[in-house]
Design a protein around this ligand. Structure first.
Ligand code: ADP
Ligand code: TRP
Length: 505
C-alpha cells in the first residue's frame, strides 16, 4: 500500500531530483525478505544505517551484503567514536520504524558508499514495510549534504577475482574421454583455480539435435556427473568459486534470448558457421530448425546474463563470442545503456587435438577410438591394450618407433616424465615391450583420474547430493541473472509497476 507518508517521501525525492520507481509488496520487514520476494539479490539493495559519529548523527548508505569498515568513516570524518544508533535514537532521528530507513534524511550528513554506483539501480527503504523504492543510483549524489567515500570492508569472497563462464552442450552421450579432458575440461579447470566460475550444462542448446526425451535426460545427467566428478577431483569436493548449473533451470536465458532477437539482424545469423555448415551438408534451408539458426542468440543470452570477463571456449566457438559482442553492442547502443559487458573469448592456442587409439583420426565417441575416464577398469584396460603402437615392430626386442605411437603420445600427458623418458629410450633400443608400456599407461591413467573416479562413484551413489549441487548452483545463477534481467527490463521499458507517480527528469 502506498500510504501518505510514502507519497510525501516520493515527492521529497522528486524535489531533489532522485529518480525512483515505487514497488508495492506484502508486509516484509527485512531487506533479505524484500529482495527475495522481488527475485533480486541482497547486493541489489541499499540499506541505510543511522550512526552516531562523536556527537552527531549521520546516515550511511551502503550496498546490501557489504560490510562497512568503520575505520574508513572515522578517518574521513575525523571523529574518534562511531556507533550504530540505538532504537530510540533511530526513531527520533528518522521518524520511521527501525528497519525502514530511507536514503533521504534531511538534516543529516549522508555518507554514500562508492560501491553504490557500481549498479545502475538499487532497492531501498521507504519508511513503509510494504513499499520499496527502486532508485537510480547516479541520483544519490543529489542528496543534500552528502559525500561519497569508499566504506566497504574488503570482502573475502571472490576478492578481485575475474569471472569466467562456459557452457557444455549435452549433445553426445555425456561420457567423457581423455580427448575431451585434454582438449576442453582441463583448460577450464586450469583457469578455474583463480577465477570465479560459472559453468552450465547447455541442455536447451542440445535440443537442436537431441529430440528424444529419454536421450536428452540421460545425456544431460551423465554429462553432469562426469563434469562434476572431474571438477571435484581436481578442485576439491566443495568446489570453491564454482557455480555449476543446468541452463534450463534458469528460464531467464530464454527470456533474454527473446529480447535479444529484436536487436539481432538476420545477416549476422546467416554468417554463423554452424548454420552455414548445415546448409552445405545439403539440408534445404527451409528444413533447418530455427533453434539451430537462433543458436548464437541463445548463446549470447547465456553469456550476457552473467557479465563474465572471459569465456573459455574451443576455437570453433570464437565466432559465437564475436556475435555475442556484436549483439551486446547493438543492445547497449539502441537502449542507451551499458547493461551488457562485452565478453572476451579465452581460447588457449596450444591445445592439441588428441588423436584416437587408432592413431589416425581425432579421438571421438562415434569412431570408437577413445579411452574412457569413468568406465570400469576392465574396459579402460581393453581400450589401452587396443591402442595403436608401432606396426613395424614384430618382436619385443626389435627397436621400436615412438613417433606416431599413441601409447607414448598419451604417456606424454599422463605419465611421470622421468619414467616416460626411460621407457622411450628402452623402446627405441628394443629392451621394453608393448605390454609393459601399455601397463604403465593404464596405471598412469588410473593414477591421474583416481580422485575424479572416486568422486564419480560417490556422486552416482548419492543423487540427492547431485540434486542439491544443481539446486544451489541454479539459485546462485538465478540471483545473478535476475539482477541483469531487471536492468535489462528497466533499460527497455518492460517494467510492470503501475506507478501513478510521475518520474522526474
Ligand atoms: P566435438 O563435438 O567437438 O567432437 P564433444 O562435444 O564430444 O566434441 O566434446 C566436447 C569438448 O571436447 C569440445 O570442446 C571439444 O573440442 C573437445 N574434444 C572432443 N574431442 C577431442 C579430441 N579428440 N581432442 C581434443 N579435444 C576434444
Ligand atoms: N555452444 C557451445 C559449444 O557447443 C556451448 C555453449 C552454450 C557455450 N552456451 C555457451 C559456451 C556460453 C560458452 C558460453 O561448445
Amino acid at each position: 500500500m502506498i500510504n501518505a507518508q510514502v507519497k510525501k517521501y516520493s515527492q521529497e525525492l522528486n524535489q531533489v531530483g532522485i529518480k525512483h520507481q515505487i514497488i508495492e509488496h506484502p508486509h516484509l520487514t527485512t531487506v533479505e525478505a524484500v529482495q527475495q520476494y522481488l527475485h533480486d539479490s541482497v547486493s541489489g539493495s541499499c540499506p541505510t544505517l543511522i550512526m552516531k559519529a562523536d556527537n552527531q548523527f549521520i546516515a550511511v548508505v551502503k550496498r546490501g551484503g557489504t560490510h562497512l569498515d568503520s575505520g574508513k568513516i572515522k578517518k574521513s570524518l575525523k571523529v574518534s567514536n562511531l556507533r550504530l544508533a540505538n532504537k530510540d535514537e533511530f526513531v527520533k532521528v528518522t521518524g520511521v520504524s527501525v528497519g525502514a530507513a530511507r536514503i533521504l534524511n534531511p538534516g543529516l550528513l549522508t555518507i554514500l558508499d562508492k560501491h553504490l554506483f557500481d549498479q545502475e539501480y538499487l532497492n531501498g527503504g521507504t519508511g513503509s514495510f510494504s513499499c520499496t523504492f527502486r532508485y537510480r543510483t547516479a541520483d544519490f549524489k543529489k542528496i543534500p549534504n552528502s559525500r561519497v567515500i569508499d566504506i566497504a570492508a574488503a570482502s573475502t569472497e571472490n576478492q578481485g577475482k575475474k569471472r569466467i563462464l562456459s557452457g557444455i552442450t549435452p549433445s553426445g552421450d555425456g561420457l567423457l574421454h581423455i580427448g575431451n579432458y585434454l582438449g576442453a575440461v582441463k583448460q577450464f579447470i586450469d583457469i578455474a583455480k583463480d577465477h570465479e566460475c560459472f559453468l552450465f550444462v547447455a541442455d536447451l542448446h542440445a535440443l537442436t539435435t537431441v529430440q528424444n526425451q529419454k536421450q536428452l535426460q540421460q545425456n544431460a545427467e551423465t554429462l553432469i556427473l562426469n563434469e562434476l566428478a572431474l571438477l571435484m577431483g581436481e578442485l576439491g569436493e566443495d568446489l570453491p568459486n564454482v557455480t555449476f548449473f543446468r541452463q534450463s533451470d534458469v528460464p531467464l536465458h530464454a527470456e533474454l534470448q527473446t529480447i535479444l532477437n529484436n536487436v539481432t539482424p538476420l545477416g549476422l545469423l546467416r554468417r554463423a558457421h554452424a548454420y552455414k555448415d548445415k546448409l552445405t551438408k545439403e539440408v534445404a534451408e527451409d528444413e533447418i530448425n530455427l533453434g539451430l539458426f537462433n543458436y548464437p542468440i541463445l548463446m549470447a543470452a547465456d553469456i550476457l546474463l552473467y557479465k563474465p570477463d572471459l569465456v573459455p571456449v574451443g576455437k570453433d566457438q570464437k565466432q559465437h563470442i564475436e556475435i555475442t559482442r556484436d549483439i551486446a553492442e547493438r543492445f547497449n547502443k539502441t537502449f542507451k545503456t551499458n547493461v551488457f559487458k562485452l565478453p572476451e573469448p579465452h581460447i588457449p592456442e596450444n591445445v592439441a587435438v588428441i588423436l584416437g587409439t587408432d592413431g589416425q583420426r581425432k579421438m571421438s565417441k562415434t569412431l570408437g577410438n577413445y579411452i574412457s575416464i569413468f568406465e570400469s577398469e576392465d574396459t579402460i584396460k581393453k581400450q589401452v591394450n587396443s591402442t595403436y603402437t608401432d606396426p613395424t615392430r614384430i618382436h619385443a626386442n626389435d627397436p621400436g618407433h615412438i613417433e606416431g605411437n599413441m601409447v607414448f603420445t598419451y604417456l606424454d600427458f599422463f605419465g611421470e616424465s622421468a619414467r616416460v623418458r626411460e621407457l622411450k629410450e628402452k623402446y627405441q633400443q628394443g629392451t621394453v615391450g608393448d605390454v609393459e608400456v601399455k601397463e604403465y599407461l593404464f596405471a598412469s591413467l588410473l593414477h591421474t583420474f583416481k580422485p575424479a573416479r572416486e568422486q564419480f562413484a560417490k556422486l552416482r551413489a548419492n543423487p540427492t547430493k547431485v540434486k542439491a549441487i544443481l539446486e544451489s548452483g541454479a539459485a546462485k545463477a538465478r540471483q545473478e541473472a535476475t539482477k541483469t534481467m531487471s536492468e535489462v527490463r528497466d533499460a527497455i521499458g518492460l517494467t510492470n509497476q503501475y506507478s501513478f507517480f510521475k518520474y522526474t527528469g
